[in-house]
Design a protein around this ligand. Structure first.
Ligand SMILES: *Cc1c(COP(=O)(O)O)cnc(C)c1O
Length: 384
């Protein structure tokens, strides 16, 4: 582990040393950086220094966020992006070329699926999709692939994967591995320590945590981040803005305590939901349900039986709002089986199937007993 801290709480709470002893970094709102002398300019152009030059590629506020994320995930380096999709597309495009194959997990985030099917396939990249168990038990599926694209747990169905096992298959097959770690965050899962090469996040979710920022970040080795910085960051240009980086740093300060509260709410819900007759299944991987997973985040999904009217349930809630996204302070309900799997065209959930009665909850930071009371009341009034 390349970290010089003992806990994430302590890493994230470390004060910056800004101008005049300020504890937060300045928002360096500039497009370019000029040079004090011709010699400094010459050195920078020759690659002999890495002084910031232009904010599309480098900015001190953005670097402060990137440095913290690299340490948090136990990686050597990190690069920020304007969105999670900016991070995902820049990473995949940096490492995949026409004729290559991506081995991807089923129920992948719907826009990652659209990137693969609508943009990469027409450019001559092949993508094969495999269930979690197949990734674990059939190392042959990786043979000849350029990249394994993973989520653990997967989107909406929230199926967790044995990452050390899959990482070891990939190492043997010489396949680069990449995982979307937005659900667990480094607080609950540190994939690089489990053998995965590249971690991406939609920082719009738990890392930002306040539903006020869209951003992404990639963490990996110096060489892999260097390749992204050299190629897809500057040439596709989806850079992270200084103000967004400032908000993300502020989000990180409280990430561990927020995740603890999300977990407390999720533990309560899993416990109570599992005892209800109208619940067929609760998808919510908890601590140690797979090797290396240290906790349960606040995003879970529930498959009801046919006695529950999903519309009545959603309309009966008062503390949960209806919407996409997740990972903020506010609680949300998404009728995923109806909206993603049936109405929204061209997406992974439709292709790989989601039960019609599946509902996704993002449990926020409200008191967990209040949330449960609200949910129970709405459920009682939701009989079909
Ligand atoms: C939201 C999300 C993304 C995309 O992130 P944006 O910041 O919205 O671009 C990627 N992966 C997962 C799992 C997500 O939930």
């Amino acid at each position: 582990m390349s970290n010089d801290f003992t806990t994430l709480e302590t890493l994230f709470a470390a004060a910056h040393t800004g101008p005049g002893g300020s504890v937060t970094p300045p928002i360096v709102q500039t497009s370019l950086f000029t040079f004090g002398s011709y010699a400094e300019f010459e050195n920078r152009m020759a690659g002999l220094s890495d002084d910031p030059l232009y904010t599309r590629v480098q900015n001190p506020t953005v670097s402060a966020f990137e440095d913290m994320m690299a340490k948090a995930e136990g990686g050597e380096a990190a690069v920020g992006f304007a969105s999670g999709m900016g991070a995902i597309s820049a990473t995949v495009l940096a490492f995949v070329k026409p004729g290559d194959r991506i081995a991807c997990v089923e129920h992948v985030y719907p826009d990652a699926y659209r990137l693969f099917e609508r943009m990469l396939r027409p450019f001559g990249v092949d993508i094969t999709y495999h269930p979690v168990a197949e990734f674990e038990d059939n190392p042959d599926l990786l043979r000849g692939a350029a990249l394994a694209y993973l989520e653990s747990p997967t989107s909406v169905m929230l199926q967790a994967m044995n990452l050390p096992k899959v990482a070891s298959h990939a190492r043997k097959a010489g396949v680069l591995t990449m995982i979307d770690n937005s659900w667990a965050t480094p607080v609950f899962q540190r994939p690089i320590e489990l053998g995965i090469d590249i971690v991406v996040h939609s920082a719009s979710k738990y890392i930002g945590g306040h539903s006020d920022t869209v951003a992404g970040v990639v963490i990996a080795s110096k060489a892999n981040i260097g390749h992204i910085r050299d190629l897809t960051l500057p040439l596709l240009g989806a850079k992270l803005a200084p103000f967004e980086a400032f908000l993300l740093l502020r989000g990180l300060r409280t990430l561990p305590i927020r995740m603890r509260q999300h977990q407390a709410a999720a533990n309560l819900f899993v416990d109570r939901l599992s005892a209800l007759p109208q619940v067929r299944r609760v998808n919510s991987p908890g601590a140690n349900s797979v090797p290396g997973l240290g906790g349960r985040s606040g995003l879970l999904s529930i498959e009801f039986d046919e006695t529950v009217d999903i519309r009545k349930l959603a309309e009966g809630l008062s503390l949960f709002r209806l919407g996409v996204s997740w990972g903020g302070f506010e609680s949300l309900i998404l009728p995923a089986g109806i909206s993603l799997a049936q109405s929204m065209p061209f997406n992974s959930m439709q292709r790989f199937g989601v039960p019609r009665t599946l509902v996704r909850l993002s449990l926020g930071l409200e008191n967990e007993q209040d949330l449960w009371a609200d949910f129970q009341t709405a459920l009682e009034k939701s009989a079909a």
